[in-house]
Design a protein around this ligand. Structure first.
Ligand SMILES: *[C@@H]1O[C@H](CO)[C@@H](O)[C@H](O)[C@H]1NC(C)=O
Ligand SMILES: *[C@@H]1O[C@H](CO)[C@@H](O)[C@H](O)[C@H]1NC(C)=O
Ligand SMILES: *[C@@H]1O[C@H](CO)[C@@H](O)[C@H](O)[C@H]1NC(C)=O
Ligand SMILES: *[C@@H]1O[C@H](CO)[C@@H](O)[C@H](O)[C@H]1NC(C)=O
Length: 306
């Protein structure tokens, strides 16, 4: 066993190919190898009982819902009917198994069986593959407001594609004398994608800008964002669509002004009420201008009818 472990640590290829931890443990006659891979990465492993000699067969299988599923392997001089998993490759010379393009569904226990011609029985190595997902560098969005002369900002950090679950953590350091009550975490959420079985982790924090600028970074699963500054003069405003709001207020105002103008213009052109028309008629009668009286009486009738 010790020999195997030394072999692994000396083998640079295994290291390169993301075999991050390999500890052989004997369980009921079979050696258990703990192997770590990353989503999108590769792993390479081999049987713990490799030795000189002719191999009759070697294959890898996985227990999926109680069924032993063939993954890849070879049988000396025979053709194996079952087609191997497309993301695996077995090297007939080195007897290494390569798995590439890993995703969360590849984690679990595999049996690697090897049977030498001279041996009565095959030997089994259990490969326990533990897959992790590396969280993306947290993306930072900030929205600031300047209500009642109190400037404050709401900052959200979000990261995706991680496994296992990890909370978003904040690190805040002020440029002057930031106190703990100048900022607070409002919420933290973690969502598991049904498809990829990977987490999205995010958190929102509130920053009170009354004491000036603060620097912060957020981190999740060992990945830290760049350092950001909040409460600066150039912070984006709360309402980037300020023009839309101004326009929305202006439109009804303009409509009212135009209607008032039109109404006033119409009023000026002809009298509106019966009383007003009567007054004008009387005034004109006094002046004895008959022609205009007829016109105005007509207009009076029109307004009375309507
Ligand atoms: C994983 O294996 C694939 C196919 O063999 C190769 O193209 C890729 O470069 C490998 N990735 C890493 C990180 O070694
Ligand atoms: C977290 O808090 C912010 C600010 O109160 C809010 O906008 C956001 O919807 C919250 N997120 C969740 C998942 O509750
Ligand atoms: C994981 O890889 C297998 C191939 O081994 C593929 O069939 C499956 O769709 C992949 N799953 C995801 C979530 O990408
Ligand atoms: C911000 O902090 C100041 C004192 O430092 C306090 O008076 C003010 O109420 C705080 N504003 C908010 C919105 O918490």
């Amino acid at each position: 066993m010790a020999c195997y472990s030394r072999q692994c640590f000396l083998c640079p290829r295994l290291w390169l190919v993301l075999a991050l931890a390999v500890w052989p443990i004997v369980t009921e006659g079979a050696v258990l190898i703990l192997l770590r891979g990353e989503v999108g990465g590769n792993v390479t492993f081999k049987s713990s009982t490799l030795k000189q000699g002719k191999i009759q067969y070697m294959y890898l299988q996985k227990d999926i819902n109680g069924h032993q599923v063939f993954i890849n392997g070879y049988y000396s001089g025979k053709h194996i009917k079952e087609s191997p998993w497309p993301n695996t490759r077995v090297d007939n010379n080195t007897n290494e198994v390569h798995m590439f393009g890993l995703n969360m569904s590849h984690s679990g226990d595999y049996d690697l069986l090897i049977h030498y011609n001279n041996d009565g029985e095959p030997t089994k190595t259990i490969i326990r593959l533990n897959i992790t997902g590396k969280y993306s560098a947290p993306s930072v969005t900030l929205v600031c407001s300047d209500e009642n002369k109190f400037k404050s900002c709401i900052v959200t950090c979000a990261s995706h594609g991680g496994f296992p679950l990890s909370n978003m953590a904040w690190k805040v350091f002020g440029t002057e004398n930031t106190r703990n009550n100048d900022w607070k975490v409002l919420n933290k959420t973690e969502d598991l994608s049904k498809d990829t079985k990977l987490f999205t982790s995010s958190s929102t924090a509130f920053f009170n800008c009354s004491r000036g600028e603060m620097n912060f970074s957020c981190s999740v699963g060992g990945v830290t964002s760049e350092e950001h500054t909040v409460c600066t003069h150039q912070d984006p405003p709360n309402n980037p669509n300020l023009y839309v709001i101004i326009l929305a207020c202006l439109v009804p105002f303009v409509v009212v002004v135009i209607s008032l103008g039109l109404w006033w213009w119409r009023c000026k052109k002809r009298p509106i009420g019966t009383a007003a028309a009567k007054d004008v008629v009387e005034e004109l009668q006094l002046k004895g201008r008959e022609e205009e009286i007829t016109v105005l009486t007509e207009s009076k009738e029109v307004t009375e009818a309507s």
